[in-house]
Design a protein around this ligand. Structure first.
Ligand code: UT7
Length: 339
């Protein structure tokens, strides 16, 4: 790492982590708003108007989160030209893993045959991918990992009460993956920012199945194994928090909103995304939106959107890309990347 390319004016360029490949995967089955009209008291008009969602993907009964991870990972590793044996760390961001133990990352490691990789999960709900990105970035910059596979993946459909119209219309299944590698220079992840306020833990939660409410006939009867959300309260905090977060992230990097090439937000609600874009005075053409097709895929939403914009050629070298998310915890997070 001491070639002339790594030096500028005799000084060694800073070590960063760079995304060298992206990939995504969504299950085949499509569930539209019109399909949901037949299941619960809702309408395409309400869902589209309040959220922007038109349809979402639903995993098969036999498909688990690690299966979605595997497909997204294969695509990201192909794009990065990296083999399973070269991966030295696997991080899966998820709140809907295959099982509480072992980690979904370990199950993915087996499926990939990535025998040289350590593996663990990160759970920060919808902010999970950016929490994982921050962890992966620190491993790479610290020199203890050279090729990290980071996946955000969810099978939300198995944790949703399909009789509860306030949540079942919102979520979908999917996975997105990136490969991170070290690079010296100005390109790569410039900064990551993680926040949490556990005082609002009950705004979005899945209260059953853990040590507080272990699985029992009572927890099943009380539907404690499904996602609960105080939607409107969460919405208000999300809008306020994300507006501040994106401005602060740019300020810390001395980047003006007008210099941004692309905003890749978590895909929970089009109105939240629009409010953030307005705060940045960013036209929607510079905002990645795919919740109309996938709904809210929690920790998978950002890497799926990133993969889509990369493959569509919507970002190019030297572009500033801002990523932001908000979710259960409550947690929120951002990252600024120079592509
Ligand atoms: O990803 C993690 C972070 N999550 C978020 O950021 C989600 C934030 N929240 C939201 O996106 C929105 O709050 C929702 C889309 C969940 C709800 O939209 P809202 O504008 O906040 O609606 P609301 O909860 O205030 O409900 C308005 C009305 C209620 O009826 P009443 O009390 O006014 O008669 C609800 O019962 O809409 C009713 N409603 C529905 N109607 C038809 C709630 N869900 C539905 C539905 N179809 N699916």
């Amino acid at each position: 790492m001491n070639s002339a390319r790594n030096c500028q004016g005799g000084k060694q360029l800073p070590l960063k982590s760079r995304i060298t490949g992206t990939g995504s995967y969504a299950p085949e089955r499509v569930l539209t708003n019109f399909d949901l009209e037949r299941k619960v008291d809702t309408s395409d008009e309400w869902i589209t108007g309040r959220t922007g969602i038109k349809e979402r993907r639903i995993a098969k009964d036999t498909e688990a989160t690690s299966d979605l991870c595997l497909e997204a990972s294969k695509n990201a590793m192909k794009a990065a030209d990296v083999t399973s044996a070269e991966i030295d760390l696997i991080i899966v961001a998820t709140m809907s893993g295959d099982m509480p133990m072992p980690s979904t990352a370990s199950l993915l490691q087996k499926k990939l045959g990535a025998k040289n990789a350590g593996a663990f999960d990160v759970n920060a709900a919808c902010s999970g991918f950016l929490y994982g990105l921050s962890v992966a970035d620190n491993f790479v910059r610290g020199g203890s990992a050279k090729k990290v596979l980071l996946v955000g993946a969810e099978v939300m459909s198995k944790f949703i009460d399909w009789h509860d119209r306030t949540t079942c219309v919102l979520f979908g299944d999917g996975a997105g993956a990136v490969v991170l590698e070290p690079a010296r220079g100005q390109h790569g992840i410039l900064s990551t920012h993680l926040y949490s306020d556990g005082n609002m833990w009950d705004y979005i939660c899945l209260p059953g199945g853990g040590s507080l409410n272990p699985p029992s006939a009572k927890t099943v009867k009380e539907k404690m194994h499904f996602v609960k959300m105080k939607g409107n309260e969460t919405f208000k905090v999300a809008v306020r928090t994300l507006e501040r977060l994106v401005i602060d992230t740019l300020k810390k990097n001395k980047v003006k909103p007008s210099e941004l090439a692309m905003l890749i937000p978590h895909q929970a609600n089009l109105r939240i995304i629009q409010a953030t874009a307005e705060r940045l005075k960013l036209p929607m053409s510079k905002v990645a939106v795919n919740l109309d097709r996938y709904g809210n895929t929690s920790s998978a939403s950002i890497p799926i959107a990133l993969d889509e914009v990369v493959r569509a050629g919507r970002i190019k070298k030297n572009d500033y890309i801002l990523l932001e998310a908000f979710g259960a915890g409550l947690t929120w997070a951002s990252a600024l990347i120079k592509w």
